[in-house]
Design a protein around this ligand. Sequence first.
Ligand code: PGA
Length: 267
Amino acid sequence: MSPGAAKGAGEGRRLLISGNWKMNHDHFQAIATVQRLLYRLGPPEYAAAEVSIHPPFTDLRSIQVLLENDDPPIALGAQHCYWEDSGAFTGEISPVMLQKLGVRYVIAGHSERRMLFGDTDETVARRARAILDHSMVPIICVGETEAEREEGRSIERITSQVKGSLAGLSPEEIAGSVIAYEPIWAIGTGRTATPEDAQEGCAAVRTEVASIAGETAANSLRVQYGGSVKPANAKELMDLADVDGVLVGGASLDADAFAEIVSAVAS
Ligand code: PGA
């Protein structure tokens, strides 16, 4: 694909490359990482893809200030949020607080949140609702476990998660959202899905969105692939018809590796 080209037969789906830092990098490390990233990225990369970074909450303010000073086209992202605006919810972060920090994208229902912290399709849908209500964009994660894959239930799992996690959203809201297909067996394991698996999973997401919200929404919505994305496999994955970007974990912690992932689609 040439720089600046968009996917989706006239729908103009722009690639979105997101770095999910998970629980890594304190705010000093965060500043150093973003400074290095700014040094590595330039107009060809920014023309080829939209870039978002999702640091821990404690880094958001520092990075917001850094990005405001430099004003590069990098979007600030968060990894999670609660659905209430404020109140007695010890330890939670509200979408109002994220919006105030200039956050544009918020991940909802990452498999680690689903497995370790009790997120369900229902709570993911509530988070997505709140994120959209505060003019931000949800990146809703879905994906099957290794056991489900071995039982031949991958598509069934993806489909039911998409349906449950989008409950209550309008076709227009769905059209502007992002879904990340992240097979759990590929996350942090070094085992990337084959291009066939990635395409099949992302296409299954789009097919289900079409049945819930119509073809127009399905053609506008961006679907990312996630799971052991690295500079070496990024371009092949993003060239796939239904893959509109990548959600990168481990490789996004290193500014040079993350920059190479973006550069891969710029060249
Ligand atoms: P990984 O993580 O790139 O380290 O596999 C991806 C993710 O969890 O979003």
